[in-house]
Design a protein around this ligand. Sequence first.
Ligand SMILES: Cc1cc2nc3c(=O)[nH]c(=O)nc-3n(C[C@H](O)[C@H](O)[C@H](O)COP(=O)(O)OP(=O)(O)OC[C@H]3O[C@@H](n4cnc5c(N)ncnc54)[C@H](O)[C@@H]3O)c2cc1C
Length: 459
Amino acid sequence: MSDFDFTVPVLIAGAGACGAAAALAAVDAGVMPLVIEREDRAGGSTGMSQGLFCAAGSQSQRDHGIEDDADIFFADIMAKARGQTDPVIARALADNSASTLEWLRESHDLPWELDTRFRASYGNSRQRIHGWPGHSGLEMVQLFHRRMDDAGIDVLMETKLVDIFVDDDGRVTGAALERVDGAIEKVGCDALILACGGFGANRAMTDHYMPETKALRYNGHEGSHGEAIFIGERLGAALGDMGSYQGYAMLTDPQGISVPPPVLIEGGVIVNRLGDRFTDESDDIAGMVHPLSGQPEGMGWVIYDAEIEGRCKDIPELAQLMELNAQKASDSLDGLAALIGVDPVKLVAALFDVQQVAAKGGTDGFGRVWTNDRPPQGPYRALKVTGALYHTQGGLQIDGQARVLRSDGTAFPNLFAGGGSARSVSGPSSWGYLPAMGLTTAIVLGRLAGQAAASLSTN
Ligand SMILES: Cc1cc2nc3c(=O)[nH]c(=O)nc-3n(C[C@H](O)[C@H](O)[C@H](O)COP(=O)(O)OP(=O)(O)OC[C@H]3O[C@@H](n4cnc5c(N)ncnc54)[C@H](O)[C@@H]3O)c2cc1C
């Protein structure tokens, strides 16, 4: 008699972007998976995101005349991580990003297109960030859930993966699930996909693996406890780049809403509490959290103007901030300085400097190149920001098919991981994050895992 209460061909733990992509891929391969989710609703880190993901060589890029391909994307990933990442995972992501986007568009009616506001920047040498214009990550994950529902996939909410069972050969035989009333159910499976997100909400883990984030606020999903990672580690899985994470320097205070990167890409700058600029705002969207944290009170002001606002106002996060009237506004820099409490002389000097440099198409003292960007020229806007940890980027070591690897490099035959649960391609620390790679690793690895897991089904 089986030790399990019931058996499914493919079990997927976590119903964010990774779990949903895995589930849709499995069903497309002819195998009906079961998805479990610890929360009572669709969301995860995916639901907090801006819903943007990288794809290289998509039809939407071609429609906009953007030349891009997997090799260029791979080179960008490796360059951003200064060569200190796993080329096998980087290759899998680069090679499969566009086909994954087209598959979801064509087979599941997920309407991603190139986000033309997100110009090539921050390590993406081509314009390759795709989104669902005007819609948030929450709407995206809700649409994913609708598509799972359309496909007849059951998602058991309030059901948490708490343990994994393996046989003597290291093959996963099933998992223990904790239901909302505390009851434990044992479910057998032919393959298990770990799509539980990262460990940003697990303070003991972040303190241990990334002690420099202790002082940072956490602005990620509370379900990111790292269970997939520590349960996997208990089984003998290897971990990779556990000190890797995405920080963000533009979390508005007190609203707790992210200022979208295009505000800087279009020419916005950041000054500290005194009114001084302190960094090249175009250099590292994630690593910039550290220069900001080093400023007085660890806070700053994003300075932009009405023209930049006009170009970015349809981005859901900026639209929300505008609805809340979060921005300080003034026609003059003196007026703005008075509103935000910074030294007007310093603020005027900071903006005058970039305006002068930009007029000549030069490079400013922080290394920001002003050939294409137009610095703020008024009427001015300011948003108060602080730095935060958004999501972790280290996790279970996987191969190019998203199979979890043991410390000796061999693969568990039927255990897969993707998204926040797996090692990503951001290098060992905070400086290697290429914008929109969080969802790329979730969606692309989810799809690869779903396909491979389905091929192992014995039913
Ligand atoms: C504010 C913010 C903005 C971001 N913006 C972007 C962006 O625009 N583009 C981008 O690429 N990345 C972005 N990211 C990162 C991106 O959201 C994540 O990298 C991505 O969503 C991870 O997807 P996932 O499916 O692995 O994890 P999640 O979306 O977090 O899904 C994991 C799910 O697993 C559930 N779970 C956890 N443990 C268990 C368990 N034991 N059993 C069952 N279920 C469990 C969780 O509740 C959760 O629903 C952002 C992150 C944040 C915080």
